[in-house]
Design a protein around this ligand. Structure first.
Ligand SMILES: Cc1cc2nc3c(=O)[nH]c(=O)nc-3n(C[C@H](O)[C@H](O)[C@H](O)COP(=O)(O)OP(=O)(O)OC[C@H]3O[C@@H](n4cnc5c(N)ncnc54)[C@H](O)[C@@H]3O)c2cc1C
Length: 445
């Protein structure tokens, strides 16, 4: 694809939080930019990550945690495609349209790399079995898989006679006790305990949740007093918390912790950090730092480049204090208009301005109408922090229609039981099936 009518073309790799907000900013009439904006993403939606855990734990419908890109940035062009490679010399991106094997190319005048991040998984010789046996929470399909898997474990546990095996099936291990891990354990515990009321053979004592956190305390992103409060809350609900401890082996039916203890369990959710998209390493000609992030100047331009820019989780952009801005949606969203203004400045022959976005705050829901929040030096915990989390993210959910859908889900949850049906995404079920479960004495299947 070459530019039409001599118009300049800005290609955005990744239509996630950063890419979609950037496309919207670049196509605003007030920016005065005469250029085509093209987003390339493997999905035609972006995930509204702050609601993803709730989608996985039954509080909202998974689809309601997504935002359709075409609706969000209607003046940009979207190519739903898997990005294959980059040719910086000829200013070309190669890609495969989803559902088509042919390799195609698109030329750019300016390129923005906004490919996001992936869950960080340790090499096999450090922690083994993670890719094979653990679940992640990074895509909408992960959220559905967690919910399906949980329902399946309840069904299995209810159908068997062996109490030890029942406890193993209902032991959920969360590795990583920072914001995402704590949100997962807080919400999933509520989901499982509420659902268990429907199962005659499952008692509260059969259900265990355990968190492993390598740091000496949970929620390292929050001040110590809030971390202490959250730990007490979770421990008071019977959640086992191991700080200063990790997991070194993950198996289908147990883990081995960093002390060498074998712990029977059936579900491991891995939330121990993120890494920049590995796609960056496959793209020759990009300046990457030792973590694999795109190294950028403070105006978002890739180091040593005239027309390649970085944004969001995959880019290391120095903030006003010289430190890289943190990989968060609230940062990517506010970086986008600054980057749009800089691209417009270059295209209109003006100098760029250094960007810089500061963290506004950290809010973590803990389930059971409790939460913790640190916003601009103010520390809040309890019901008010939880309500604030809901209010803020409801307001931040793009588009009125989506907001109403989320609000309807929350309202209905207050009056009716959550939906405990499976949606058929549980790939893990196949692993469980190959384990020789002896359901009945006469069972030979
Ligand atoms: C469970 C969870 C909860 C979170 N909660 C919060 C929160 O409450 N507040 C907050 O501020 N941040 C939160 N975050 C972090 C936040 O989601 C990220 O910082 C944000 O999404 C970064 O935006 P991005 O555009 O860099 O990446 P993304 O939003 O991940 O977008 C990257 C895009 O690139 C696309 N892509 C990648 N590779 C390819 C390829 N090869 N071909 C085609 N397309 C490709 C992907 O499909 C994706 O759409 C959370 C993250 C998670 C996982």
């Amino acid at each position: 694809m070459v530019s039409q009518n001599g118009r300049k073309r800005i290609v955005i790799l990744g239509g996630g939080f950063g890419g979609s907000y950037l496309a919207k900013a670049l196509t605003k009439r007030s920016l005065g930019l005469d250029a085509d904006v093209v987003i390339i993403d493997r999905h035609n939606y972006f995930t509204f990550f702050p609601l993803l855990v709730e989608a996985g734990c039954g509080s909202i419908e998974p689809r309601h945690s997504t935002v359709p890109i075409r609706e969000f940035a209607p003046k940009a062009e979207l190519l739903m495609a898997e990005i294959a490679s980059l040719d910086t010399e000829h200013q070309r991106v190669h890609f495969h349209l989803i559902g088509d094997d042919q390799c195609r190319a698109i030329e750019y005048d300016h390129l923005v790399v906004a490919l996001g991040s992936v869950t960080r998984v340790m090499p096999e010789d450090v922690v083994s079995g993670v890719r094979e046996h653990a679940l992640f929470i990074k895509h909408m399909s992960d959220a559905i898989t967690i919910r399906d898997r949980t329902v399946e474990q309840l069904e299995l546990a209810n159908a068997i006679d062996d109490p030890e095996e029942r406890r193993r099936l209902l032991h959920f291990v969360i590795v990583g006790g920072n914001v995402t891990g704590i949100e997962v354990v807080g919400e999933l515990e509520v989901f499982v305990r509420e659902a268990s009321a429907l199962y005659r053979n499952i008692s509260d004592d059969d259900i265990t949740f355990t968190v492993y956190e390598f740091n000496e305390r949970l929620l390292a992103a929050l001040p110590e007093n809030l971390s202490r409060w959250a730990t007490k809350q979770l421990a008071g609900r019977g959640i086992e918390i191991h700080t200063g401890a990790g997991v070194k082996e993950v198996h289908a039916d147990h883990i081995v912790d960093s002390d060498g203890k074998v712990v029977p369990c059936s579900t491991v959710i891995w939330t121990a950090g993120i890494a920049p998209s590995p796609m960056l390493k496959q793209m020759t000609g990009l300046p990457l730092n030792k973590f694999g992030s795109l190294q950028c100047e403070c105006d978002y331009r890739a180091v040593g480049s005239e027309n390649i820019w970085g944004l969001g989780d995959c880019a290391s952009v120095p903030g006003p204090d010289g430190k890289p801005m943190p990989p968060l949606a609230q940062i990517a969203v506010r970086q986008a208009p600054q980057l749009a203004a800089n691209i417009a400045a270059v295209m209109q022959g003006r100098p760029t301005k250094p960007g810089g976005v500061e963290l506004q705050g950290v809010l973590v829901p803990l389930g059971r109408h409790r939460g913790v929040a640190a916003i601009k030096g103010i520390h809040i915990h309890g019901f008010f922090a939880w309500a604030m989390w809901r209010a803020i993210y409801l307001l931040k959910t793009p588009r009125f229609g989506r907001r109403m859908r989320v609000l309807a889900d929350w309202t209905l949850n207050a009056f009716f039981r959550k939906d405990y049906t499976q949606l058929g995404m549980n790939h893990a079920s196949r692993r469980e099936m190959v384990r020789p479960h002896k359901v009945h004495d006469s069972d030979e299947c």
